[in-house]
Design a binder for this molecule. Structure first.
Ligand code: SAM
Length: 294
């Protein structure tokens, strides 16, 4: 194992493998071993755990995770990093680096294949660990949540602003569709802030580490999940409009009269803004809409 703890080491490895930091792939490598230890500790790894890591980079988190978990599957999009990783992860526990795109891969299938069916859908739950690339944080998190992979816990480092959105309460400026999805499927908690100085190259923004503990059941019972998230998207679609206008102008294509009746039977004022609704209220609107449509 080779520890990547300074800009000098990162530069040396990259130059020996004829690589450069690819900004378009969100390559900001973690060079602080204390922070790396804290992130991996937050995943509470045991020798029986399987960990999927997204974007191992030069292996700062991968090597540590492999020291505590039974097995690590690390998915990296940049093929060039694979040979560098072979060097930094040499002699480290059970790690498999897989070349792939986290936005495309079916994670349950991957772990099923790589563990002979022990983990994944129908098998045991696994953990997800990542210092996420900035350029795809929100779509990737949404995908991980909505696909309902058989994951028990996600520990992810994201921009501070995304961390705030994941944990935001209704009515706050950060509350949006990502907050609802995160809180519907998981218990979301911001663990600690991370300054830009612990990365090479340094990003312009600060980051935070977030713990997303996947709930055994969604936080609120919605009769139909697809409609629930369609209502959420519709309510947040036009931020400065009233809830009634947002819903009536949405992809549902349902007239104002129907929405008025749905809101009335839900006990929700049509003049409210979508961003003030709680998860329970979104579920209520969903159920009353479905009831009205038969
Ligand atoms: N984990 C390393 C660390 O903490 O130093 C690297 C983190 S860096 C912020 C993000 C990593 O994700 C990079 O290695 C980048 O190449 C990789 N990456 C970017 N887009 C990806 C994608 N779509 N699928 C998988 N990996 C991706």
């Amino acid at each position: 194992m080779k520890e990547v703890t300074s800009p000098v080491i990162v530069r040396d490895i990259l130059s020996r493998y004829k690589l450069s930091c690819r900004k378009n792939l969100g390559q900001n490598f973690l060079i602080d071993s204390n922070i790396a230890n804290k992130i991996v500790a937050a995943a509470e790894l045991r020798p029986t755990d399987l960990v999927v890591e997204i974007g191992p980079g030069l292996g700062a988190l991968t090597a540590r995770a492999a020291g505590s978990a039974g097995k690590v599957l690390a998915v990296e999009i940049d093929r060039g990093l694979l040979s560098a990783l072979a060097e930094t992860l040499e002699g480290v526990g059970d790690v498999k680096v897989i070349h792939g795109d986290a936005l495309e891969i079916d994670f349950d299938n991957l772990v099923q294949e790589r563990t002979g069916g022990k983990f994944g859908q129908g098998g045991e739950r696994y953990k997800l660990l990542a210092n996420l690339p900035y350029y795809i944080t929100s779509p990737l998190l949404l995908r991980l949540l909505l696909k309902r992979y058989n994951i028990s816990l996600m520990v992810v480092m994201v921009q501070l602003e995304v961390a705030a959105r994941l944990a935001a309460a209704p009515g706050s400026k950060d509350y949006g569709a990502l907050s609802v999805a995160a809180q519907y499927f998981t218990e979301a908690q911001i663990l600690f802030r991370v300054p830009g100085t612990v990365f090479f190259p340094q990003p312009e923004v600060s980051s935070a580490v977030v713990r997303l503990a996947v709930r055994p059941e969604p936080a609120v019972p919605a009769r139909d999940e697809e409609t629930f998230f369609k209502v959420v998207r519709a309510a947040f679609g036009r931020r400065r409009k009233t809830l009634l206008n947002s819903l009536a102008g949405s992809e549902f294509g349902i007239g104002k009269g129907v929405w008025k009746a749905v809101l009335e039977s839900s006990g929700i004022a049509p003049a409210r803004r979508g961003e003030t609704l709680s998860l329970a209220e979104f579920a209520l609107i969903t159920d009353n809409l479905l009831a009205m449509r038969g």
